[in-house]
Write a protein that binds this ligand. Structure first.
Ligand code: ACO
Length: 331
């Protein structure tokens, strides 16, 4: 039955731009301190792409690394999915741009936008399409150039975000019980106004007035996002574990979306799981939205933190509002 086809993460890759923006650098740009940023968020520095370095460029670096790790050649890829809120341009999709530049066959390629939950959304869509039985390997990417939509004069948001990319190759496997066990996705559009970017779409096309009014930058009510994030991540994590009759203690490693280390610490205490079980790299990258989970996953895999048989829980929330959790039995 196609529903039983195991879907494995057969390779991971990531990329972070060379440019580093430290908290000390930010103190010269806005009224802030290293102490405030570190104590409120856990962030020490973030990577910032060069002006000519685009979301697609970062995605391509991460994709090549993932294909190498999986031992999958470009001509073997059957599907390209990219999660991003910072595509190179509204269209064509970043997925089509990288399909062309990686020299892939003329396979389906599309972007999906679910903000910081985006990677788990594309993971689920990719797994479902592979399970339909027609495809063998999917390239699934989260890539963001958030520095292009950050208001560098707004201290309440500019200290939080960074640029980067992560990718995985999803492949059909052989052994049931291995790979992506399941993913749960959710959204509540009523929360749209606490995290959004008003400008750039049909609502607010670019005009001199919209530019002067700073409408083309991300806006956020951080306090509200924080409260909801903790609640929905805990709920999504417990629901997906219950679906499989598993307990938090069965999980070897949690890869949470990296938005604020205090959110991760609260999740750790509410799930009753020690912080040592949480992959945390927010100190070095800040919040890279759709890139944060695949970037942290790739670092964990390359550091040897993930072993065959381990149960991995990935959990995210983001603008929309959206949330997602995914359980993987590593093969
Ligand atoms: N430096 C110094 N002071 C600051 C800064 C700064 N960078 N930013 C805000 N402040 C001030 C505020 O102005 C406020 O001052 P006031 O009390 O005089 O008004 C004070 O610090 C406290 O601000 P709070 O908003 O209460 O700070 P809080 O402890 O809530 O932390 C933060 C703010 C870090 C933004 C937190 O709310 C947070 O992390 N929220 C979640 C953000 C998040 O997860 N975003 C995910 C986005 S996901 C996606 O889809 C893109």
């Amino acid at each position: 039955m196609s529903g039983n086809i195991p879907i494995l993460i057969s390779g991971t890759g990531s990329y972070a731009p060379e440019g580093i923006l430290t908290n000390a650098d930010l103190t010269r740009m806005v009224d802030t301190t290293d102490e405030w940023i570190l104590s409120r968020t856990g962030i020490r520095e973030r990577r910032i792409a060069a002006p000519q370095e685009l979301t697609s460029d970062m995605a391509i670096h991460a994709s090549r690394a993932a294909m190498d790790a999986a031992g999958v050649k470009p001509e073997e890829i059957d599907l390209v999915l990219v999660a991003t809120i910072t595509p190179d341009m509204p269209f064509p999709s970043t997925a089509c741009i990288i399909q062309n530049r990686l020299g892939l066959r003329p396979v389906p390629a599309m972007d999906i936008e679910a903000a910081c939950s985006g990677f788990l959304y594309v993971l689920e869509v990719g797994a479902a399409m592979l399970r339909s039985g027609k495809m063998r390997h999917a390239l699934v990417v989260g890539s963001e150039k958030l520095s292009s939509i950050i208001d560098w004069e707004d201290r309440s948001t500019c200290v939080l975000f960074g640029d980067g990319a992560g990718a995985v190759i999803l492949s059909r496997g052989e052994n049931t019980g291995e790979g992506v066990l399941s993913t749960t996705l959710g959204s509540d559009g009523r929360g749209g106004e606490i995290l959004y970017m008003p400008g750039g779409g049909a609502l607010c096309p670019p005009t001199p007035a919209s530019l002067a009014d700073r409408q083309h930058f991300l806006k956020m009510n951080g306090k509200e996002v924080f409260k909801i994030a903790v609640r929905v991540m805990e709920k999504a994590a417990l629901e997906i574990l219950a679906e499989h009759n598993l307990q938090p203690s069965d999980v070897a490693l949690v890869i949470p979306h990296q938005a604020n280390v205090r959110i991760i610490e609260l999740l750790s205490s509410r799930l009753g799981m020690p912080m040592e079980k949480f992959a945390v790299n927010i100190d070095r990258y800040g919040n890279t939205s759709a890139a944060s989970i695949p970037l942290a996953l790739d670092e964990a895999v390359r550091a040897g933190q993930v072993k065959k048989g381990d149960l991995i829980l990935m959990v995210a929330f983001g603008a929309g509002l959206t949330w997602a959790a995914s359980l993987i039995r590593w093969h």
